[in-house]
Design a protein around this ligand. Structure first.
Ligand code: GLU
Length: 307
């Protein structure tokens, strides 16, 4: 299979949707991003990468970061994490508060905002917030072998200033006793992890362990146990795109995670990782052109977890 030709063709196909959708303007710094960006990167288990468009340009990873913090938190607190956060799709928007009341402050899953905030709290544990953030950054740098990965503080501050809804979620969870650290400390990690800036190629490389049962195929390092890798993928398939997760599974059929920066991560178990980026979002916060590109990529490669 000529993967470079396939990546090029998928970019060409999605080009028609370039600039479609809406920027995540509720985070003012993200409203300034060029809506016409479009990129694809595919990294395979042998370390080869195939890219098209703006695949080396840094963008705000936003909720794609939740997959990495979930990996770290599971390593840290093991199955005890599930006492604090569930594993069911929410069928609700990423920042919804409605289920939290009926479900007594236990978020439905770790990939919605409330769940990711609880995961952050568990990852902080008894350390201070900056130590947890350092761990997240060190993890990402190691996973993609690039020590320059960092946080776009403009985005982090912008999100914090506009963060009333995330603050509400955190206080609500806290009211039910489901946070062990102060709300602002937990949010300071959450906002900064979302504001990490990475390229499509870096993200695809970083997530490779999820395509190989938790083992980084390039370094041989066991990043998470095989069963955790499978479960993280299961959560991505069922919850990775909020109230758009069913449609994403139907159209693309791979475990994935969207971010409101316009990036989408898709895991192809045993083969590699694809990441697309285009900042225009659909109503559920998934990149519109990005999802079209992924749909075309799975059509052209025949990759599926269902064969
Ligand atoms: N930082 C974003 C927020 O909390 C994450 C949402 C997303 O990327 O889906 O609103």
């Amino acid at each position: 299979m000529d993967l470079q030709a396939i990546v090029d063709e998928a970019l060409d196909y999605a080009d028609h949707y370039r600039g479609h959708g809406a920027l995540a303007s509720y985070i003012p710094a993200l409203a300034k991003v060029d809506p016409n960006k479009l990129a694809i990167a595919l990294v395979t288990g042998d370390g080869e990468s195939y890219a098209a468009g703006d695949a080396d340009e840094l963008f705000s990873v936003q909720s794609i970061s939740k997959v990495f913090t979930l990996s770290l938190a599971l390593n840290q607190v093991s199955a005890g994490l599930w006492n604090h956060v569930g594993r069911e799709p929410s069928g609700s928007p990423f920042n919804s508060i409605v289920q939290l009341e009926a479900e007594k402050g236990k978020p439905r899953n770790p990939l919605i905002n409330a769940g990711a905030i609880v995961v952050c709290d568990q990852l902080i544990g008894s350390r201070d917030a900056d130590a947890a953030l350092d761990e997240i950054l060190a993890f990402l740098r190691q996973r993609c072998g690039d020590r320059d990965i960092g946080i776009d503080m403009d985005v982090a501050l912008s999100e914090s200033r506009a963060g009333n809804l995330n603050r509400s979620l955190a206080y609500f969870v806290n009211a039910f006793g489901n946070l062990s650290n102060p709300v602002e400390e937990v949010l300071s990690v959450y906002f900064r992890q979302c504001a990490v800036a990475m390229s499509c190629r870096q993200l695809a490389r970083a997530a490779l362990y999820l395509a190989y049962d938790g083992v980084d195929p390039l370094t041989g390092e066991a990043v998470v146990t095989p069963s955790r890798a499978r479960r993280i993928n299961a959560l991505m398939l069922t919850c990775g795109h909020y109230d758009n997760s069913g449609d994403f599974a139907f159209r693309i059929g791979l475990p994935g995670k969207s971010g409101v920066g316009g990036g989408v991560l898709a895991i192809v178990p045993g083969t590699g990782v694809m990441v697309v980026w285009s900042p225009g979002l659909n109503a559920a916060g998934t990149s519109l052109a990005g999802a079209v590109a992924l749909e075309r990529l799975v059509e052209l490669t025949g990759w599926s977890i269902f064969v």
